[in-house]
Design a protein around this ligand. Sequence first.
Ligand code: SF4
Ligand code: SF4
Length: 163
Amino acid sequence: MDKYWETTPLEKMTEKQWEGVCDGCAKCCLHKFIDDESVTEPATTDQINVGEKIHYTNIACNLLNTKTCLCTQYSERTTLVPECVKLTKSNLQDIFFMPPSCSYRRLYEGRGLPSWHPLLNNNKKSVMHKTGMSVRAKTVSDKDVDLEQFEDYIALWPIEDLD
Ligand code: SF4
Ligand code: SF4
């Protein structure tokens, strides 16, 4: 197998290579909040400033199939869910919004792909699920919770990484 991710920088990957890097963990489909100590009400945001911290929750977007960890409306996702972050070559500078285990972030930070990545496991997601690196069986839908109560759903597992 051509380990293109070891030789081709993200910025130079073809569309197919770029898509292949996505491990399909769906952690990017979890709601997250910025905690700024200078404000009393943390809020969803697409910007982060010095001193602010990102909190992940186990609340998943209602368009996520939580068993397959696939988006049910992939082609229309950014229209249907405006806050859906679509990582592209042109917004790589925003990669810190992705969890530490995100395979794009790992490559961007020079950490390589993890051993559980589908590309290293016959294109199967089973090792990723077994090692607990996807969101499978860990989430609630944002349709079933009050997002104002997000503090009750803050979770540490989304920021865990292996390897
Ligand atoms: S967190 Fe990164 S690697 Fe995982 S599904 Fe989202 S974009 Fe893909
Ligand atoms: S719209 Fe799809 S890709 Fe975007 S956050 Fe929701 S489930 Fe994930």
